[in-house]
Write a protein that binds this ligand. Sequence first.
Ligand code: FMN
Length: 240
Amino acid sequence: MRPELTCDELLTTTRSVRRGLDLTRDVDLDVVKRCLSVALQAPNGANRQSWRWLVLTDPDLRAEVAAVYRRAFDDRNGPPPPSPPAPGDRPARMAADARELAAKLHRVPVLVIPCLELDTSELPAGSQASLWSSLLPAAWSYALAARTYGLVTAWTTVHLDREKEVARLLGLPPTVHQGALLPTAYGTRTRFRPGPRRPLEEVLHVDGWRGGTGVHHRTDRVGDRAHGRVRDEIPEEGRV
Ligand SMILES: Cc1cc2nc3c(=O)[nH]c(=O)nc-3n(C[C@H](O)[C@H](O)[C@H](O)COP(=O)(O)O)c2cc1C
């Protein structure tokens, strides 16, 4: 059954789901295709639509890609800590969840790898933002659309440390560049809460950098963060 979600709910409660994945339930390729059709309405540079969508359903292929993901994850994170995360230790909990996802990735029924096909095998110098903006909004639309079908996804990129190995497995030409890997499965639940985020006033700058209501506060906190003092409040995004 498709969950009924308001727009706000959809946008504020679509999480990176690593634990609540129903690994026993198949995902129909047609449903994934419907979500991808939604994604194709995202903005992209000059409407060139250089995106390419690799959808992996074959168990052997998923296992091979998952093995690369795990190697990249282990290289980056080392062995697991000796004890489970203490209650309330959010970063440690997130790291443990990420490790669990890495361990079971081969069992996730669908892996979606959004890619960009460019003219060159080297990423062009210059604005990476405008380059990747022709893919990543669409990839997020896919995650949102999937949610409306009762599916859950997790945004992951750690395999990009070994991007070429995955490219070889999938037969990607050198001009195809991977942007993420989105494990996709039915969720063991369909409702989630908003995630922990800095309040808007800490990150808002109106009419220039110095126009932020919390500019000085924010700078202090970034300094604190570098020394690990606010680690329990702010998840380190982009790292696992
Ligand atoms: C650029 C980027 C890279 C990420 N890479 C990974 C990853 O490789 N593995 C993983 O388990 N989660 C990864 N995440 C998920 C983040 O850790 C997650 O979004 C963050 O902890 C916030 O949780 P939430 O999305 O549930 O709110 C990534 C997210 C982003 C945006």
